[in-house]
Design a protein around this ligand. Structure first.
Ligand SMILES: [Zn+2]
Length: 267
């Protein structure tokens, strides 16, 4: 949910030349249409990679490289016990009232593997992407462009969403209800790859809460650590790498780890 995604890597020549300028209506629509199309492409590829036929040795090794967890490891991060622990940590936080809400979903299946967790997650994200769109507002002074809010003129962040928008929401209403805020730093990101438009959108979509027995929504992720949050000395990216290195299952609850699965560059 943070809009403080400072780029620590992926700084390229291209990026230096890019001017972080506000995008007006038509430019904004063009930029977001491209970003959404590319996001669907990457998600489709991940769907293939996670299909029974696609899940080969290479894909399994890549999955482990990204998450630090094997595809066939059992995931318990959404169990009642684990969610209760997180709830307590949040409740005791100094800034408890300012914390973003927490996805209330409890996983009742005891045998969910990391592979299944991500396969189902990718299916939900793809469904979500196929329900939303970029639209030109009737009144061009409006910021709301379908599901995307043009904040490229006012805010130095990249993007943010409120994850609870999908809670109990019928997917047929995604088009009318979901809002994804897009800010200045998004403009200069490359389309695909590390810290790209695609990985940023996947990061944001992963924040959406699950609904209807986890059939719909995102992955209910947070920007970890929720307590303490972003600091220059210990940015989110550092925390994401240490979660991975230590083999923590929190990689599946952290948007900064999830986005790494969507850094593919495709033709
Ligand atoms: Zn976030």
């Amino acid at each position: 949910m943070s809009n403080e995604r400072k780029s620590t890597k992926g700084t390229s020549e291209k990026k230096k030349q890019c001017v972080k300028e506000a995008k007006v209506t038509n430019q904004f629509k063009k930029m977001m249409d491209e970003a959404l199309e590319a996001t669907k492409k990457v998600l489709e590829q991940r769907k293939k990679d996670l299909s029974e036929e696609g899940w080969n040795d290479d894909k399994q090794a890549e999955f482990y490289n990204i998450f630090g967890i094997h595809g066939n490891d059992i995931i318990t991060v959404d169990s009642k016990e684990e969610r209760e622990k997180v709830r307590k940590i949040r409740a005791n936080d100094k800034f408890a009232e300012d914390l973003p809400p927490m996805d209330p979903y409890i996983e009742l299946r005891a045998d969910i593997t990391a592979y299944t967790y991500m396969r189902e997650g990718v299916d939900r994200l793809l469904l979500l992407c196929n329900k939303i769109s970029v639209e030109i507002p009737l009144d061009i002074s409006q910021r709301i462009h379908g599901n995307f809010v043009n904040q490229t003129d006012i805010n130095d962040g990249s993007a943010n969403v409120s994850g609870d928008q999908t809670l109990g929401l019928n997917p047929e209403l995604y088009k009318n209800v979901l809002k994804i805020n897009i800010q200045q730093n998004f403009v200069c990101k490359t389309l695909m790859g590390v810290d790209s438009k695609v990985s940023t959108l996947c990061h944001e979509f992963s924040h959406f809460f699950r609904s209807q027995d986890s059939k719909y929504g995102g992955l209910g992720t947070d920007d970890l650590p929720v307590s303490g949050g972003f600091s220059k000395s210990e940015p989110y990216s550092v925390n994401a790498s240490s979660l991975k290195k230590s083999g923590s299952q929190d990689v599946f609850k952290n948007s900064y780890n999830i986005e790494k699965y969507f850094e593919l560059i495709m033709a």
